[in-house]
Design a protein around this ligand. Structure first.
Ligand SMILES: *[C@@H]1O[C@H](CO)[C@@H](O)[C@H](O)[C@H]1NC(C)=O
Length: 388
């Protein structure tokens, strides 16, 4: 607890000195009031709408929801209102952050930009969000999808006051295999989408500039992506699985499916330009197809992400692990941008000489295995000076 407080305190100080003081006071006060309730988690609030590290209070009691919402930096007033009204939904969103962050990092694991932050930049996605790049499009879509997913799941688990399983999925219905009964709990994705739209989009509705239009488009694409993987699941009843009676419900697929889908959309993202009257955008290159609501769109070309550049949101690839035998994006050639790599030998424990013992166990020995790890060299000063 003390360690977390310290961690929270230090990062807050770095992020925002004034806020840190408020935070400490609020925290100490809460610890004093509710020693058990003041369980605090510290999250780097990856969520772009917050863009700052946030100390969240796990259990938002009546009194502390005000405290929690007022201390989330970067909320616009509409978002703060929603936070006050639905502290439990905010908590669900907060818990989802780690999940969609991990999904983003998984999808970009072999790339120069790996969805990681710059040191000392505590907004997880760093400054990539200041640009309207393809990566930014992905981040907006995946986090917006993540909000839908987190809220919908919390609904089904009965954690939210304002929603529950889909009330429309009742009675009997028909599909290609005949009629069935709705039963169990159908994921209430429409609620998740509605809340996510109200909350996530609130920030972009303030201004109507090009960047806001792009973000709104990608936010919507993200929300729609989750719904795409809503599948009907059924259970058969009746004598020996004859399936004379079926009960079905709608369930969201694993978030990985949404991540994989958005990754394909990222690779096929469409570059756009504002149209003449500034009310929307059109495809930048007339030879390419027009973006649909499912496509991701972006304005600016991405930097190469080779060297560290705060303004471009690039942490650079110095120190990144590369794969000597790969010929893809994670190869040492591509990852290190031709700067070369260092090799170090590391040893690790593995299970080996496993033998099967009658009956029924497999026993292994611990072996030390040596392997070479290649990491990209940092640019030399000459590289820095070279025009890019
Ligand atoms: C490196 O790339 C090769 C070829 O793509 C692949 O088979 C291998 O599993 C990769 N190694 C690691 C450590 O990822």
């Amino acid at each position: 607890m003390k360690l977390k407080l310290l961690c929270c305190l230090l990062t807050s100080i770095i992020a925002n000195k004034k806020l840190a003081v408020i935070h400490i006071l609020v925290h100490l006060y809460l610890m004093y009031l509710f020693p058990l309730v003041a369980l605090e988690i510290f999250l780097i609030f990856a969520f772009k709408q917050f863009d700052h590290n946030v100390c969240r209070y796990m259990r938002a009691t009546g009194g502390s929801s005000r405290v929690m919402c007022d201390n989330v930096p970067g909320l616009v007033s509409r978002q703060r209102q929603l936070c006050h009204r639905h502290p439990d939904v905010m908590r669900a969103i907060g818990l989802g952050v780690a999940e969609w962050t991990a999904e983003c990092q998984h999808q970009f694991r072999q790339h120069r930009w790996n969805c990681n932050t710059l040191d000392r930049d505590h907004s997880l996605f760093g400054r990539v969000l200041l640009r309207s790049s393809r990566e930014s499009a992905f981040v907006y879509a995946v986090s917006s999808a993540g909000v839908v997913f987190a809220i919908t799941r919390a609904c089904s688990q009965g954690e939210l006051k304002s929603c529950s399983c889909d009330p429309k999925k009742k009675g009997t219905a028909k599909d290609s295999k005949g009629s069935f009964d709705w039963g169990g709990c159908s994921d209430n994705i429409d609620y998740g989408i509605k809340f996510a739209r109200a909350f996530v989009d609130a920030k972009e509705r303030k201004g109507k500039d090009a960047r806001a239009l792009m973000n709104l488009h990608n936010n919507r694409a993200g929300r729609k992506a989750v719904k795409r993987f809503l599948k009907q699941e059924c259970k058969c009843h009746g004598v020996s699985g004859s399936c004379t009676l079926r009960t079905c419900w709608l369930a969201m697929a694993d978030f990985r499916k949404t991540g994989d889908y958005l990754w394909r959309k990222y690779n096929g993202a469409i570059q756009v330009v504002m149209n003449q009257d500034g009310t929307g955008f059109t495809v930048a290159n007339k030879r390419f197809k027009k973006p649909t609501k499912n496509d991701l769109v972006y304005f600016e070309n991405s930097p190469d992400y080779c060297i560290r550049d705060r303004d471009a949101g690039s942490p650079g690839t110095a120190g990144r692990v590369c794969n000597l035998t790969s010929r893809g994006m994670d190869s040492c050639e591509v990852m290190c941008c031709g700067r070369g790599y260092d090799t170090s030998r590391v040893t690790r424990m593995t299970k080996c000489e496993c033998k099967f013992h009658w009956c029924c166990a497999v026993r292994c020995q611990d072996c030390l295995e040596a392997l070479d790890v290649h990491t990209c060299k940092a640019p030399t000063s000459a590289d820095w000076a070279a025009p890019t």
